[in-house]
Write a protein that binds this ligand. Structure first.
Ligand code: SDX
Length: 440
C-alpha cells in the first residue's frame, strides 16, 4: 500500500486498517475527522485485491468529506458549521443560517444585509413559468409540481448553468434559495384554485412565504408574527442534515456535472419518499387513522407485528439513536403556535403526546432506540397553521434547498471531485445462448 496520503482537510491517523484476504494482507490509511468516527480509505481496495466492499444502504460508509453538518446520533447532537441546532433555532434566522451553510461562517452586519437583499431580489420567478403550472391537474401532489418546477428553472436561467464557473454556481445557489418558497406557494395556490401571490420585497423570508401562501388579491392580509417566527425556526431545523438520502442524491446527480436546478429536482424526488421527507405527511395520516387516544394500544400492537408493514411514522432514525434534537425544538414551537392560535386542545396533539409517552416506555421501541424524529411534530404545527398535509414535504424541500445547494457547492468546489460510480455484487444469470421465440 502506498505511504499514507495525507488529505489536506483530514488528518492521517497513526492507525492503519489491515485486511487479510486470500492469503494477502493489505493495509489502508485511517483518517481522523475533527469529530465523529474516523474512516479508512479503501479507494485502492479493488486494485490491490480484486474485491469490492458491500454495504447495502450505506450503514457503515462515508461517501465524502464535508465541513458543513455534524451529527452525533448517540448523543443527539446536530451542528451546522459548529453551531448547535437549538442555539441557531433560538438566536438566528433562516437566511443567516443559509449564509452559514454556504460560506462556513455567520455573516457580519454588512454581509447579512447584502445577502438578505440579494435573496429578496431573486424571489420572483419568470412569468413564463406560470404556464408550466397550468399544465398540471389541480389535484396533482405538490411534490410532483415542485420536482418539475425546480428542474424547469434550468430552462429559464441560462446564465447560471455553467457548473465550472464559480460565479454562476453562487448565482444558482441564490436563485434556488430565493425561488423555492415562491414555487412552493404557487403549488399550493394552484391546488386550491386561487391566484398566485407575488413575493413582497419588504417582507422577511418566512413572512413572505406565509403571505404568498395565504394572502389573496381581495383584501389586505397580515402575517401573524408568531407564526412567521415559528415558520422561520422550522426552516432552520430542516435546512441540512449531513449525507441523508436526498442530499446524497443531490451529490450523486451533481457529480456527473448536471446543472444545480436538475440536482435540486433529484433531491426533491428522493425527499418525497415516506421513509424520508414524506414522513411528516405520513405522521398526520397515522394520527388521523388512530383517531383517538383509546385506539393507541391497538395501533402499537399492529406496529409490533412485522407482517403488518405498519411503522410508527415520525419515529426512528438511521443516525439518531437518541431523541432527535430537532424534535425537541419542534415540540416547544408547537406549543407556542397552538397557544397563539387558541388550539391548545388540538386532538391530534393529544394523540401524538400519548403515542410518544407509550413508545418511549415500550421495550419494543426502547430496545430498537426508536425516538421521535424531526417529522413527528412538524406536521401538527403545519396543520395548525392551515397548511394541508400534501404541502408538508414541500416545506421540507424549501428548507432543505439551503443544505442541498451548500453540499452541492462544497462538492463542486473540491478539485478532487469525480463522478460517483458505485459497483455491485452480481448475482444474475451466467452466460447463456439466445433461443428463438418459437423454441422457448
Ligand atoms: C428523515 O437521514 C436523515 O438524516 C433523514 C432526516 C433528514 O433530516 O434528512 O433526518 C429526515 O428522513 C427522518 C426520518 C423520517 N422517517 C420516518 O419517520 C419513517 C419511520 N421511520 C423508519 O422507517 C426508520 O426508522 C428509518 C427509515 C428512519 C430508519 O430506518 P433504518 O435505520 O434503516 O432502520 P431499520 O429500518 O433497519 O429499523 C431497525 C429496526 C427494525 O426492526 P428489527 O428488524 O430490528 O426487528 O427498527 C424497526 C425496524 O422494523 N423500526 C421501526 C421503525 N423504524 C425502525 N419499527 C416501527 N416503527 C418505526 N418507525
Amino acid at each position: 500500500m502506498a505511504a499514507q496520503e495525507k488529505k489536506a482537510s483530514s488528518a492521517a491517523s497513526t492507525r492503519q486498517a489491515t485486511l487479510a484476504v486470500d492469503g494477502k494482507t493489505v493495509t489502508f490509511p485511517v483518517y481522523d475527522g475533527v469529530e465523529g468516527p474516523s474512516v479508512f480509505d479503501i479507494s485502492k481496495l479493488y486494485a490491490e485485491t480484486g474485491l469490492f466492499t458491500f454495504d447495502s444502504g450505506f450503514m457503515s460508509t462515508a461517501s465524502c468529506e464535508s465541513k458543513i453538518t455534524f451529527i452525533d446520533g448517540d448523543a443527539g447532537i446536530l451542528r451546522y458549521r459548529g453551531y448547535d441546532i437549538d442555539m441557531l433555532a433560538e438566536k438566528s434566522d433562516f437566511l443567516e443560517v443559509s449564509y452559514l451553510l454556504l460560506n462556513g461562517d455567520l455573516p457580519n452586519v454588512a454581509q447579512k444585509k447584502e445577502f438578505d437583499r440579494t435573496i429578496t431580489l431573486h424571489t420572483m420567478i419568470h412569468e413564463q413559468l406560470h404556464f408550466l403550472y397550468r399544465g398540471f391537474p389541480r389535484a396533482s401532489h405538490p411534490m410532483a409540481v415542485m420536482a418539475g418546477a425546480a428542474a424547469s428553472l434550468a430552462a429559464f436561467y441560462h446564465d447560471s448553468l455553467d457548473v465550472n464557473d464559480v460565479a454562476q454556481r453562487e448565482l444558482s445557489a441564490f436563485r434556488l434559495i430565493a425561488k423555492m418558497p415562491t414555487l412552493a406557494a404557487m403549488a399550493y395556490k394552484y391546488s386550491v384554485g386561487q391566484p398566485f401571490i407575488y413575493p413582497q420585497n419588504d417582507m422577511g423570508f418566512a413572512e413572505n412565504f406565509l403571505n404568498m401562501m395565504f394572502a389573496t388579491p381581495c383584501e389586505k392580509y397580515t402575517v401573524n408574527p408568531v407564526l412567521a417566527r415559528a415558520m422561520d425556526k422550522i426552516l432552520i431545523l430542516h435546512a441540512d442534515h449531513e449525507q441523508n438520502a436526498s442530499t446524497s442524491t443531490v451529490r450523486m446527480a451533481g457529480s456527473s456535472g448536471a446543472n444545480p436546478f436538475a440536482c435540486m429536482s433529484a433531491g426533491i424526488a428522493s425527499l418525497w419518499g415516506p421513509a424520508h421527507g414524506g414522513a411528516n405527511e405520513a405522521v398526520i395520516n397515522m394520527l388521523r387513522e388512530i383517531g383517538d387516544v383509546k385506539h393507541i394500544p391497538e395501533f402499537i400492537t399492529k406496529v409490533k407485528d412485522k407482517n403488518s408493514n405498519v411503522r410508527l411514522m415520525g419515529f426512528g432514525h438511521r443516525v439518531y439513536k437518541n431523541y432527535d434534537p430537532r424534535a425537541k425544538v419542534l415540540r416547544s414551537t408547537l406549543e407556542e403556535v397552538l397557544a397563539e392560535l387558541g388550539k391548545i386542545d388540538e386532538p391530534l396533539l393529544k394523540i401524538a403526546i400519548e403515542l410518544e409517552r407509550i413508545a418511549l416506555s415500550d421495550e419494543y421501541f426502547v430496545s430498537r432506540k426508536l425516538y421521535p424524529n424531526v417529522d413527528f411534530y412538524s406536521g401538527i404545527i403545519y396543520r395548525a397553521m392551515g397548511i394541508p398535509s400534501k404541502m408538508f414535504t414541500v416545506l421540507f424541500a424549501v428548507a432543505r434547498t439551503a443544505g442541498w445547494i451548500a453540499q452541492w457547492k462544497e462538492m463542486m468546489d473540491d478539485p478532487k471531485n469525480k463522478i460517483a460510480r458505485p459497483r455491485q455484487l452480481f448475482t444474475g444469470s451466467q452466460p447463456r445462448p439466445f433461443v428463438p421465440v418459437e423454441k422457448r
